[in-house]
Design a protein around this ligand. Sequence first.
Ligand SMILES: [Ca+2]
Ligand SMILES: [Ca+2]
Ligand SMILES: [Ca+2]
Length: 235
Amino acid sequence: MLRDFLRSESGAVTTDYVVMSAGVVGVGIAVLNTTSMGVENLAGDINTALTGNIVNTSFARERYFDDFENGAGYWVGGHTDSSDGFFGGILGPYGGSDGAEVVTRTYDLLGGYDYAVVDFDLHAIDSWDDEQFVMFIDGEPISATQFNWQTDGVTGGWTTTDGNYTVTIEPSGAREHFGYNDEWVDQSFDVRVEVADPGRSISVGFGSTLNQGVADESWGVDNVAVTSTNSPSDV
Ligand SMILES: [Ca+2]
Ligand SMILES: [Ca+2]
Ligand SMILES: [Ca+2]
C-alpha cells in the first residue's frame, strides 16, 4: 500500500485517501523519514493537507528539530528572519506580547517514553532592560526569565514549581553586540526543559513582556529540538 501511495503522489493528497490509509501509510513513513528527506517532505505535505488526529498520531516521531533556515514550518504565529549575518535564520525577531504566548508548535510524541526534552537557543537581542521572556508548555507559562543589556546572564524571573518540568537556562558566549541593532549588545542562552510524563502530545510556545520597538529590543529562538527519551541525561 505504501508503494502504491508513493507512485500516485504528485503533490496533491486527497483527504479521503489519507483517512482510509493513514494508519498503514503513516507507519511506513514514520520509519522512512529518519533517512529520507523526500519522504519527510511528503509526510509534511500530507500533514498540512489534513489536521485530523489519525494523521497527527501516525506521524509522531522520536525527535524533532527546527533550525528556521527555511521558514517557520509548523509554528503557529511563526515568522522567521535570516537577514542578520550573525544570527542567520531564526524564529523571530519578536517584540513584546504583554507576556502572552505569541508563537507555538504542537508535537505528537511516540508512546513508551517517560520524558520529552525541549532544547533550544534563545537570543536576547539588543536593549533588554529586565523585561521577561516567557516559555509555555501546553499553553501554560512555566518560566519567565529577565535579561538586562548591562548585566551578564539572567537578572531575575521565576520557574514553575510543577515537578514535571525541569528548566535550565545558561548563557552561551559573551554579552556584546553580535547582530541586529549595532547600538546594543546581545546575549544568547542554552535553554532546556525536561518534561516528565509528557503524554502523547506537547505544545511549546514563547512570548515576552518587551515594551519598546522590535528594532530596539527583541527575542529570537533557534535550533529547537524535542526528543522523546527514557534517559533525559543522555539527550
Ligand atoms: Ca537557524
Ligand atoms: Ca545588537
Ligand atoms: Ca524596554
